[in-house]
Structure formats: C-alpha cells, structure tokens
Design a protein around this ligand. Sequence first.
Ligand code: ATP
Length: 249
Amino acid sequence: MATDGGAPALLLDSVVKTYGAIRAVDGVSFTAAPGEFIALLGPNGAGKTTLFQLLSGLFVPDSGQIEIMGHDMLRDPVPALAKLGIVFQQPTLDLELTVTGNLLFHAGLHGISRAVAKPRIEAELKRLGLAERAQDKAAQLSGGNRRRVELARALLHAPRVLLMDEATVGLDPASRGDLLKLILTMRAERSVAVLWATHLCDEVADADRVIVLHRGKVLADTTPARFVKDAGAATVEQAFLAITAATAA
Ligand code: ATP
C-alpha cells in the first residue's frame, strides 16, 4: 500500500467525470509537490468545481486515479481525506455560532478533542489576526475575516494539501490580496501544497505553477512566466485569452 514517504502531495492521472454528454473533467493529469502553490485558472464552466468535488471525495471519477500524499482516494479514502483541507467557493460558516464555536465543531468532525483543539484554534486565530474576534459570532465578521476563519478551519487538522475554490469571490481587492499573501506565507512555512482555483488572471503571478483548465482539459501546466512567454503575450490575461480562443469550437 502506498505511504506518505516521497509521494507527491497530490497526483491526478487521467481523471474523467461526465454529466451525461458533458465531459466536465476530461482526462486531467498533474502532480503537486509538497509546499507548491498551483493556480488552477479556468473560466466559468471549465470544470474547476467538479475537479474539487472529485479531489474532496464528494464525487467519484468515471475513470482515472487520484492520490493525496500517496493515498488512493478510492481504495484508501480515510487517510487521503485526513491530509486534505478545503475552503469551498460558497461560504460555509454557521453564522449563529461564534468563531471558536465554528472551529470547535469542525475539530470534532475530525476527531480532534477539545483539549487539543483549543490551543490550536487560539494559535491559528492569532496567526490570522483574529485573536480578538474569537468569541464574536461569525455573522459579525466581514467577508474577508469570514474567509480567514474558513482558512483556519481548513488548517486545524494539519492537512498537507489545501484546496481553495475561488476563495476570493466577493472580497474587495485589498482583502483578496491579503488572503493570497497569507496563503503564500502559510504554504511555505508548513509545506502545504495549495491548489488555488480562480478565474482571475491577476491571482496567478505569484504561483509556482499555473494550470489552465478549459472545457475539462488541461491546456497548459507551467510557470506563470513561461506561460506568458510561450503564448508570445505580455500578460497572463493575454496568454489566457490566446490559449482559450485557440481551442474555441
Ligand atoms: P464556475 O467557475 O462557474 O463554478 P467551474 O470551472 O467550477 O465553473 P464546473 O462547475 O465544474 O466548472 O462545471 C463544469 C461543466 O460541468 C459545466 O459545463 C457545467 O455546466 C457542468 N456541470 C457541473 N455540475 C453539473 C451537474 N451537477 N449536472 C450537470 N452538469 C454539471
């Protein structure tokens, strides 16, 4: 059986997911190394959310293989999912619970005792600049701070792979930038691989790699600088428009 030792943080091999005639994810393969920040760039309908649903075990692929830290999602889902943290596109905090209450609830779901969870929660909130808000109801927080709480929640069980699904949707530019900076620092400190799904080209520049997903297929998997150069473009946005236009039906 596969173990954590030496395995990529994330491995996808020829992953396919269809909805009737729609090939939402169409033969996707890539790996992520521990600590790598990968921007998954794709327009609406590219298949990003479907891919995340497969990675988080909500759906099963029609074919192909997914491994998290060497654990196969189908054969070995418990250790695979234990290594995974997720911030979903849709906000998922219980607004009537306090910040700490939300985090304790999640810790319980992961089998983390309150005695272990409490100091972890305090430490995470402090790192994210939310120590003073621990006893506030989630409803009292700004959108940016709610996202930070969701990030703290995703990190509580010390995952090695973090999925962020369009996590900056609805945030103002300053909050978007702050969140991105936090993630970049965090993944380096903790050696957590991050898959950052976005349709916003300006969120790609600081990524180690950019994977362009379009109509379920990977059109590019390279560094942001190389992506721009290979397309003969001046910006990520120009390169993205060129590559997606070239594959338009
Ligand atoms: P967005 O940024 O708009 O969320 P996305 O890149 O996350 O887009 P998906 O939501 O994964 O893309 O959708 C990929 C394709 O699969 C689209 O054509 C979409 O209409 C289709 N699709 C997604 N979920 C379903 C479903 N439950 N039933 C049928 N088709 C679906």
